[in-house]
Design a binder for this molecule. Sequence first.
Ligand SMILES: *[C@@H]1O[C@H](CO)[C@@H](O)[C@H](O)[C@H]1NC(C)=O
Ligand SMILES: *[C@@H]1O[C@H](CO)[C@@H](O)[C@H](O)[C@H]1NC(C)=O
Ligand SMILES: *[C@@H]1O[C@H](CO)[C@@H](O)[C@H](O)[C@H]1NC(C)=O
Ligand SMILES: *[C@@H]1O[C@H](CO)[C@@H](O)[C@H](O)[C@H]1NC(C)=O
Ligand SMILES: *[C@@H]1O[C@H](CO)[C@@H](O)[C@H](O)[C@H]1NC(C)=O
Ligand SMILES: *[C@@H]1O[C@H](CO)[C@@H](O)[C@H](O)[C@H]1NC(C)=O
Ligand SMILES: *[C@@H]1O[C@H](CO)[C@@H](O)[C@H](O)[C@H]1NC(C)=O
Ligand SMILES: *[C@@H]1O[C@H](CO)[C@@H](O)[C@H](O)[C@H]1NC(C)=O
Ligand SMILES: *[C@@H]1O[C@H](CO)[C@@H](O)[C@H](O)[C@H]1NC(C)=O
Ligand SMILES: *[C@@H]1O[C@H](CO)[C@@H](O)[C@H](O)[C@H]1NC(C)=O
Length: 884
Amino acid sequence: MERSLTLLLMFITLATIHIVQAQDQQGFISLDCGLPATERSPYDEPKTGLRFYSDEKFIQSGKTGRVRVNPDEYLKPYQTLRYFPDGIRNCYNLNIEKGRKHLIRAFFSYRNYDGLDINPTFDLYLGPNMWTTIDLQIQVNGTRAEILHIPTSNSLQICLVKTGTTTPLISTLEIRPMGNDTYITKSGSLNLFGRIYLRDSDKYIRYPSDIYDRVWTSYFMKEWTQISTTLEVSNSNKYVPPKDVLATAATPTNSSAPLTIQWRSSNVNDQYYLYVHFAEIQELQTNSTREFNVVWDGETSDPIIPTKFNIDTIYRRFPSTCKGGECNFQLRRTNRSILPPLLNALEVYTVTEFPQSETNEKDVIAVQNIKATYEISKISWQGDPCVPQQFMWDGLNCSNTDMATPPRITYLNLSSSGITGTIAAGIKNLTQLKILDLSNNNLTGEVPEFLGDMTSLVFINISWNDLNGSIPEALRRKGLNLFHQGNPRLCLSGSCLQPKPKPFPVAIVASVASVAIIIVVLVLLFVFRKKRPATVGALKGPPPSISPAVNVTYANSSVSLIQTNKRRFTYSEVTNMTNNFQRVVGEGGFSIVYHGTLNGYEQVAVKVLSQSSTQGYKQFKAEVDLLMRVHHANLVSLVGYCGEGDHLALIYEFVPNGDLRQHLSGKGGISVFSWGFRLQIAVEAALGLEYLHSGCIPPIIHRDVKTTNILLGEQFKAKLADFGLSRSFPVGGESHVSTVIAGTPGYLDPEYYRTSRLTEKSDVYSFGIVLLEMITNEPVIGQGRAKIHITHWVGFELNSGDISSIMDPNLQGDYDSHSAWRALELAMSCANPSSARRPSMSRVVVKLKECLVSENSRMSRGMDSHSSAEVSMIIDTEMFPMAR
Ligand SMILES: *[C@@H]1O[C@H](CO)[C@@H](O)[C@H](O)[C@H]1NC(C)=O
Ligand SMILES: *[C@@H]1O[C@H](CO)[C@@H](O)[C@H](O)[C@H]1NC(C)=O
Ligand SMILES: *[C@@H]1O[C@H](CO)[C@@H](O)[C@H](O)[C@H]1NC(C)=O
Ligand SMILES: *[C@@H]1O[C@H](CO)[C@@H](O)[C@H](O)[C@H]1NC(C)=O
Ligand SMILES: *[C@@H]1O[C@H](CO)[C@@H](O)[C@H](O)[C@H]1NC(C)=O
Ligand SMILES: *[C@@H]1O[C@H](CO)[C@@H](O)[C@H](O)[C@H]1NC(C)=O
Ligand SMILES: *[C@@H]1O[C@H](CO)[C@@H](O)[C@H](O)[C@H]1NC(C)=O
Ligand SMILES: *[C@@H]1O[C@H](CO)[C@@H](O)[C@H](O)[C@H]1NC(C)=O
Ligand SMILES: *[C@@H]1O[C@H](CO)[C@@H](O)[C@H](O)[C@H]1NC(C)=O
Ligand SMILES: *[C@@H]1O[C@H](CO)[C@@H](O)[C@H](O)[C@H]1NC(C)=O
């Protein structure tokens, strides 16, 4: 006689349910999954009056499917479905009231929507916790999952998780707020096992009869007799089962037999809660009685006499298990009772525990905010950000102490995510964040102050963006590692904390004749010269305040002459800034270069000149003053100097990425620059040199152009170092001969030996040698070679007419030979023994740019940007010493 309590599917029937007048659906969420929002959404489902909406707003992934098997037999909400071919976990995100009990119901029907005839199986999650497995291979006609659950946050995540090869799908999703004080459990949520009303019918009852839209399925057995009433039955208790449900009941036909419902538990350990609803719906004679006991879980209840036309709901406060998995629910007539027992409706639930805490709600809101701000559409960025761990969002990591503690987000890595805009304010609310990586994106704007206030942060990487402004002081605290290279507009020095006065409007400047500009420059120069002595007189420490800059800008050139806040330092300040000359970053014959820090954060290179080299303070001072006004993106700028007695020091901006020689040699694991990148560096170095020659008044001759003096700054921008000073100081590294006052052997203009005069064309010669080095990667003076000097060697090799024997073998033939030839010709013309036949630097710049364009067009044809790829491989070179 054992019968299983089958769950009849609600859609099977087409029997009519008359709709009472439209009732309040407040708080209801009714989603017709897969319904395109453009296709009549929302609509009122005619049988229930429920208003269904498209699910598009609540999920970011998935596709629309339409049932193929007899679609007309299905209610409209089941005709479309959403399926998820991409990603492992796909989640709905719904806003509901936290702490309130909700009925959550989802329906799944495959119906061969994809024509493949493979019923899928997958898992269903509620937030971070597994809810149930949906197996449509067994439930071929579709199945539903339903639970009574109290969400712990205002956002409810319902996730479909792929567990095999089949594609998860969902047909409808419905959420109904419930009363708080019903269906109370010791722990866990109530997963629906069955909700039946006892009537011999194929009709189901739900909204609007049931104000909570519980679905009641009719259920009847042949050994029962149905009784019913047309009179109204009161349903007013907390559970409010529909009056419709209470209008019928079953009694055992054999009045002395018990009323029995049996089923087999799918899991022996399942814990059950039963809610038994009955009402006396027969007019009883005065001499007749109905009294029975409920027998469940081996226990017999006190005798129960149903109330006339009024609801009674009985349940136990504790869950029960079924012995051996055999569940047996009985109503037994007592000795006194004349009438058999009666049952109107029964609800059976099993307990589902959700042990894993959701991620801290504030963190979730914050990261959702960030996701929205940057319009991140990573497929893994759905559902709970941290848990379960196997579905943690890409680029996140969290503290996971134990299941009962809400995880916190400790790591956010949006590196190379193509994000734009400013640094999201939402980050501020990730209060446990330790590591933040926003590198390699297109972020703009300033570095926000709040990052400095996030005390948990120990690492920030904002490299390779386009941030500007200055770095907040608070970000320089101990214990926080900040990486910010590759933001060319980001100010690192204290000087830029002040707003710069606007340069003269370019349009106006451009319209003024260049003669006028020159006059302005000369006047300014004259004024500064005159003012100098006054400043020099006040030698006690740095000026108390930083004087505003004066900018004279040429139209569309980077030429500018700036009287800045550069300054003179005392020796004790130099001692301080170098931390007592602690870190040597370079050494030459007449100087040692130390790493230093200005204002506590601006990195500088401090070149301390040996005392023996002193050749008159006045001349030193005059040259320094001149050089401090030289400003160009491709020149290492002089920040200040110290001239106190014998102590002479020059303070330069710190250039972090080593020198060109190092990058050509590929020593120390540095990868070799590509041909295109070499041309880029050559153009930049040439621009710096051109500026010294034609942008400065009077023109400045570098005197020591060589590969070790071409330094690489942020984003590997080339910067010429050590220019101009050699007139009064031997700053060249290799020369120990005090009578040689300029240049480095091999780079020195051969005409100098005849004329003892250095000119701009001498710099052009040296630059030609640099170009030859970049092309060949041969030493300038190669003792073991047939031809010792590089110009002779190249000339010798050129006779073969084969450029590949000349080009640096490290390039592995990866260059445009046209651009290589042109660069080689240019280099040889620069290195012409006769200065008159050498081009000017302006000409060199033009020619190099042409080579670069030619090489770049090859690169874009090949769709393969070697230069940038190589740059990204060698960024970690901050610690290379600055060249002497
Ligand atoms: C349900 O209970 C929670 C917590 O006990 C409370 O915050 C919430 O307001 C209650 N909701 C209703 C509808 O009673
Ligand atoms: C599915 O529905 C068909 C037709 O309604 C029925 O014959 C079949 O038994 C059902 N299968 C299951 C597993 O309920
Ligand atoms: C009616 O039920 C009683 C008790 O279960 C049983 O002894 C009796 O045989 C049943 N009568 C019939 C006709 O089945
Ligand atoms: C109950 O009372 C009615 C009359 O009031 C009588 O016909 C019936 O036989 C009685 N039934 C029993 C079981 O005593
Ligand atoms: C009911 O009958 C059973 C035996 O049939 C007996 O053991 C029990 O004491 C009776 N109970 C009452 C309340 O008369
Ligand atoms: C996340 O952090 C834990 C411990 O802090 C570490 O073991 C794990 O490797 C991290 N996972 C990822 C993906 O970074
Ligand atoms: C961030 O992720 C990238 C790869 O996507 C990785 O290279 C980088 O090391 C990560 N950053 C940190 C700080 O872990
Ligand atoms: C941060 O959280 C607070 C409340 O916890 C909220 O008021 C604020 O809007 C949040 N800020 C951002 C940028 O999300
Ligand atoms: C910072 O990010 C850049 C770009 O993604 C990367 O190359 C660099 O190694 C990172 N720095 C550190 C210290 O992780
Ligand atoms: C930044 O944006 C530019 C153009 O808008 C694009 O070419 C470049 O690839 C972007 N860079 C990154 C790292 O996304």
